[in-house]
Design a protein around this ligand. Sequence first.
Ligand code: GTP
Ligand code: SPV
Ligand code: MN
Length: 583
Amino acid sequence: MTSKLDRLNEWVADVARLTRPAVIHWCDGSDAESAALREQMLADGTLIELNQQTHPGSYLHRSHPDDVARVEHLTFVCTPEREDAGPNNHWMAPADAHARIDALFDGCMQGRTMYVIPYCMGPIDSPLSRCGVEITDSPYVVANMRIMTRMGVPALARIEREGSFVKGLHSIGELDPERRLIMHFPEELAIKSYGSGYGGNALLGKKCHALRIASHQARQEGWLAEHMLILGIENPQGQTHYIAAAFPSACGKTNLAMLIPPEGYRRDGWKVWTIGDDICWMRPGADGRLYAINPEAGFFGVAPGTSAKSNANALASIQSNTIFTNVGITADQQPWWEGIDNGLAPVTDWRGEPFDSAKRPAAHPNSRFTVSAKQCPSYSDMAEDAQGVPISAIVFGGRRASLVPLVFEARDWTHGVLVGAAMGSETTAAATGAVGVMRRDPMAMKPFCGYNFADYFGHWLSFDQPGAQLPKVFHVNWFRKGENGKFLWPGFGDNLRVLEWMIQRVEGRAAATETPIGHLPTADDLNLDGVALSDEARETLFGFEHAGWQAEFAGIGEYLAEYGPRLPQALLDEQRRIAAALA
Ligand code: GTP
Ligand code: SPV
Ligand code: MN
């Protein structure tokens, strides 16, 4: 009798023939399985026990020092036609890519256990969710996937029902940067990743599946897979607006998703609910609105900078049952990172050496915590809702030390798509390479879009159809700096002041000033009660720098031109209209 699992079983057998593991283990996601893996990882040093009084169930993992971030230069999208991957991706022909990476996989699991991880991205009963299976030889990956996805028996049952799944093959290999490749085959719904154990390179459900492969599927099926947080803002009357926001890696998604309202707002009864902190899948519902789910079940968050002051919800979430990767530790084995601000001091750095501030920071700048979303005090019940939440506003933003004001609103959907497509941001430690370099990062998807950006912008534009009730689109910049090189906006909880203005705009209740780049508030249009802003901050955060924007739009025009004739005419027209208005 044929079963819908035949394809899966055949693939697992094929992979085993190629990689030659000593043992094959099918993950069921149980507590017993997790405990056994933990014991094994403690025994071989993959995990280090942290202070079980202060941090019960929490462990530290030190990665290979050359394996601490995503590797964009080794990440490929392998479509039959190069043009389908676009100038935004590294490309290799599928046959060449398979040959190159299969040569690395050949015999790589000898003497090791091969884990087969069935997982579901999104609530297990949601029609918006999609399943995958990751094969890996890393128990650390299994432990992280158990937190980050719905993994094990229920996922396998859904795969058996549906008969379809994304195939992800992973091996840590030798952890040699010279033998490291992350390959995507969108047409085959397949991923092959070799030589890295780091998050986005190795937890294949996350960026590889839920963004690169899913964006390809989403285009075919009429939905969107985005690098966005999702949060709910409940006003004192008990009404909740949901907002999705795309910021590049290490630019504030986790922090905004878990925002704690400023004192005055809390007193008045405002609440913020977390749905997701990194990835958002959304599609039009019967009423024409966009409905969103968080495909993930946990947070793989940036540790440095996380404190009781900056992100109390994240800090509360990671007091137990957390895997820390590449943080420092204190004398009594508590996790420690720069900016934790808890009065403790590190004695051992992320490489396991005595802490010496002259040598390196205690925690790697891209050190992370992995924790179940259920441990977050602000986690919303609606995060498990099969239908998802209706989105009122989409926010784009980046790290821009100059020019870009605190917030502005796009005139309409087409303008909003241009605002997203024109996004720029200074690079961060989340990927290898230089930090602080301004680059174009459309919709925060530069490293994650599984197909040609020209087609992606067209797909975004296609949602503007009769009957659609599309969200309003905004752009924010929490990272504007003053003359002294310091941030001008307090950020974090105070970002709610900006979100409140957005909600008022959605409801047609707030004022704004028309400029060529969109609608800008003045400082008086926002509730700034209790915020001390200097005159410089007021002028800079709410100002419109005509000459600077002229130059910016020339740069945007040059960037879009890189996509050639495939670029949607409507986007070019929008860019030219604004450039002309600025002239
Ligand atoms: P990925 O997980 O890499 O996708 O990152 P992310 O977008 O979730 O970024 P995260 O929220 O972890 O923030 C990254 C860094 O930016 C942290 O060091 C934060 O402390 C800092 N940050 C976040 N929000 C703000 C803000 O409003 N203002 C300022 N100045 N810094 C912020
Ligand atoms: C990012 O880099 O955007 C992250 C971490 O969220 S990773 O899982 O490595 O992609
Ligand atoms: Mn991210």
